[in-house]
Design a protein around this ligand. Structure first.
Ligand SMILES: C[S@@+](CC[C@H](N)C(=O)[O-])C[C@H]1O[C@@H](n2cnc3c(N)ncnc32)[C@H](O)[C@@H]1O
Length: 357
């Protein structure tokens, strides 16, 4: 239940803050940033049970945090030191580069910043300086790494170039209160957090779930955290499954996860019946649909993710592909479709749930 403690009483130094439980803090921070409600020049305050974020507009908070317990309080938030923007520093130090055209956006994976630096910056020392500056601006970071443009091989990992900070490639990451152990030698994409959460929210107690390309097990962990389901989670990459085993120990799960290192093709030959099959190998997921469908109970759900080329009508494109794979043999009903993130200038990802009859 949300707690609205009435109109806050401001004073000259204090700022209005919203307090949320520690477990929800990371998710709330992301939502506040996305909605431009976080006062970024002030530092959040952490107490034993809550984190208070300084905010701009309390009226928008109840709808933004409708699923979370929160409270308002006036607080004395300390200011962050005014620091020169990174690009300005770089422009002064390396004036021959047009920094305004270079993206320095990074994904924060636990304590690691993962950057995709433009390949035109070839100088090792400049690349390292970018890493140092990013590190100096965020006390929560321990390391900055750069990933090359291409995700390579069947395991979908990228070569790691260490730019600054500790030489680490493993870290704990949190999504919606779920702890996920990340090993950068296995695939992980923090931008899938909402999908992990969406799927878990639709799982019912007692479901049997097969997560065919589980990676570090994000779907499996979200589902087993939400309810008492049974998940078989398989991946060919041993780093991924070893990471999942650590996460299983760390989270207080309601459900059970059976982590398997192996080729999903072997599982597809099983004689077993699941309520839900998750297929997230987006280059070729659609080709696995007939096999996934055979492993489902009547009325079961296949959740899958597929890359397609950008077009005016992505839904038509993906429906055509699905019908080619399933149409004549298996009857199905589309339950959910979302044109998701852009994965390259020419490709997008589509997220779909199909009910198999
Ligand atoms: C896109 S990632 C999965 C991401 C994960 N589901 C998530 O939400 O974070 C695809 C995964 O498929 C695994 N993989 C590729 N081919 C495989 C196969 N034949 N059998 C099992 N796993 C495979 C890769 O190691 C990689 O971890």
């Amino acid at each position: 239940m949300n707690v609205w403690s009435g109109e806050p009483i401001p004073n000259e130094q204090s700022t209005l803050g919203v307090g949320v439980p520690l477990k929800d803090a990371e998710m709330v921070r992301h939502r506040l940033i996305k909605s431009k409600l976080l006062l970024q020049q002030k530092k959040p305050i952490k107490t034993k049970e809550l984190v208070f974020f300084p905010i701009t507009d309390p009226k928008q908070i109840p709808s933004l945090l409708s699923d979370i317990t929160f409270e308002f309080q006036q607080k004395l938030f300390s200011s962050r030191l005014e620091q020169e923007p990174i690009k300005l520093c770089l422009q002064k130090e390396f004036p021959h580069i047009k920094w305004e055209d270079i993206s320095l956006k990074y994904d924060q994976i636990g304590e690691i910043a993962v950057l995709k630096l433009n390949s035109s910056i070839t100088s090792q020392s400049i690349r390292q300086r970018v890493g140092e500056l990013i590190l100096s601006r965020s006390p929560r970071l321990k390391a900055v790494i750069n990933k090359s443009d291409i995700v390579v091989g069947v395991k979908r990992v990228y070569p790691i170039e260490h730019l600054a900070g500790k030489r680490i490639w493993q870290s704990w990451h949190q999504e919606y209160g779920v702890f996920i152990f990340i090993d950068l030698r296995a695939y992980f994409n923090p931008r899938l957090a909402e999908e992990h959460h969406r799927v878990a929210m639709s799982v019912n107690p007692g479901e049997r779930i097969l997560d065919l390309f589980t990676g570090v097990g994000s779907f499996a962990l979200h589902c087993a955290k939400k309810t008492s389901c049974d998940v078989v989670a398989i991946d060919i990459n041993s780093y991924a499954i070893n990471a999942l085993k650590r996460s299983i120990k760390k989270n207080k799960l309601k459900g059970n996860i059976n982590p398997i290192i192996g080729d999903s093709l072997n599982i597809l030959r099983l004689q077993s019946h699941f309520d839900r099959v998750i297929i997230n190998l987006p280059q070729v997921s659609v080709n696995y649909l007939p096999y996934g469908a055979k492993l489902l109970k009547k009325g079961g759900i296949i959740t899958f993710y597929q890359f397609i080329s950008k077009s005016e009508t992505p839904e038509t494109q993906i429906r055509h592909k699905v019908s080619k794979e399933l149409g004549d043999v298996i009857s199905y009903k589309e339950q959910y479709i979302k044109v998701g993130r852009e994965v390259s200038p020419s490709r997008i990802q589509v997220n779909i749930d199909l009910q198999i009859n």
